[in-house]
Design a protein around this ligand. Structure first.
Ligand code: CU
Length: 388
């Protein structure tokens, strides 16, 4: 009861701010998100003091996932070095089963391709992707000696020009920049319902730590004009990484209004409304922040199946996980609930997702676990992290 009262008050205050923030500057928008995050931490702290938990993981010893923009040059380089390490290690898959998986990095891409139809628009969407990011972070640490944690791309910054963001500015402390300019007729998103105009890229990335990387898998379901899909799902198709950074998509959907709606506004009321709004209402031509992030990257990242070929996928999905984490902290009585079914947008109609449903990661360092073990980032086994 106590929590309900506390958050009701907090939410009202934030909604008042959001009304005034319609024309706010990006810096101010970030302050509002920071405010939400501080509330999340306060709620978790309050919970910790009342619960006298038995977990070995708590707010004070949890790993901290940071905003790329606040990481030092050394921290960012340690991360990109570890990613390049995974890109250069051999795959653990049998080449007869997954011929296109050449690197250890590709093993993660293959796993996403393999399960695409049962992890999007489903009740396990959030928990599956949380475990996916965690298993990747674990591989960076265990197989590539990375000592930091998974960074995130803060959506609410540089919406008017993503190519100037520290994540995408193309410098040696970025996740590489835009693709080279290639004239094309834009991308189709939102399950065929939403057209997005082309940006200033469309071709291969040309700068930053990943300019020489090779993409091996996909496209399976290409979204950008001019792309052709591979003849078979796991075929080997070596090529460059393509991007088409989209200020249009960022400005239209990665907005403070949309974020407040899902964290403290009407769409925040249940896990069902939260996850549905986050994933979009495509027939209403509303992309949602999850798909929007993919299409701000554009190019290969718009492929529903093979999107993890873009190394920024993990920073995008860490931000998505952070927003879920904030929502959970602000809605503690509902934090560990699930909604939805086991088929994409319930097509074909299927049973409801349950807390006991297993999440598996194939050739990663992550054993199969029930959803119930993946809902609490402070659960300790296996998760023990927060966002700052
Ligand atoms: Cu996905």
């Amino acid at each position: 009861m106590h929590f309900h009262v506390m958050f009701a008050l907090a939410s009202t205050a934030l909604l008042a701010i959001s009304a005034a923030a319609a024309a706010a500057s990006p810096a101010y928008q970030q302050d509002v998100v920071k405010g939400l995050q501080e509330q999340a931490i306060a709620a978790l702290r309050e919970k910790a003091t009342t619960e006298k938990g038995s977990s070995s993981c708590n707010l004070f010893n949890a790993h901290i996932r940071k905003d790329w923009a606040v990481m030092t040059a050394m921290e960012r380089k340690a991360y990109t070095k570890a990613v390049n390490c995974l890109l250069n290690k051999p795959s653990k898959y049998d080449p007869n089963v997954v011929p296109g998986a050449k690197s250890r990095y590709d093993d993660f891409v293959a796993q996403h391709i393999n399960q695409t139809m049962s992890i999007h628009g489903t009740g396990n969407f959030l928990s599956w992707h949380r475990y996916f990011v965690w298993s990747y972070e674990t591989a960076l640490k265990e197989e590539c000696h990375y000592e930091g944690y998974q960074p995130y791309w803060n959506w609410l910054s540089y919406q008017d020009n993503p190519s100037e963001s520290p994540v995408f500015d193309g410098s040696d402390t970025s996740m590489s920049g835009d693709g080279a300019f290639v004239a094309h007729n834009g991308s189709v998103s939102g399950a065929g319902n939403i057209f997005l105009p082309s940006g200033k890229g469309g071709g291969c990335i040309t700068s930053g730590p990943f300019k020489n990387m090779t993409v091996n898998l996909g496209p399976v379901s290409p979204a950008m004009d001019g792309e052709t899909k591979v003849p078979s799902t796991f075929a080997w198709n070596p090529r460059c990484l393509k991007r088409d950074l989209s200020a249009y998509t960022a400005g239209k959907w990665l907005t403070l209004t949309n974020l407040l709606n899902i964290t403290t506004g009407p769409a925040a009321s249940t896990i069902e409304t939260f996850q549905d709004e986050l994933q979009g209402r495509f027939t209403d031509k509303f992309l949602g922040m999850h798909a929007a992030g993919h299409f701000v990257l554009g190019g290969d990242a718009g492929d529903l199946y093979a999107s993890p070929v873009d190394i920024a996928f993990w920073l995008h999905h860490a931000m998505l996980d952070r927003i879920w984490w904030i929502w959970q902290a602000l809605h503690l009585p509902q934090a560990f609930t699930v909604a939805g079914t086991i088929t994409i947008l319930n097509r074909p109609p299927s049973r409801n997702t349950t807390l006991e449903d297993p999440i598996y990661m194939g050739q990663s360092n992550a054993p199969e676990r029930p959803i119930s073990q993946l809902l609490n980032t402070l659960g300790g086994e296996p998760l023990c992290y927060i966002y700052l």
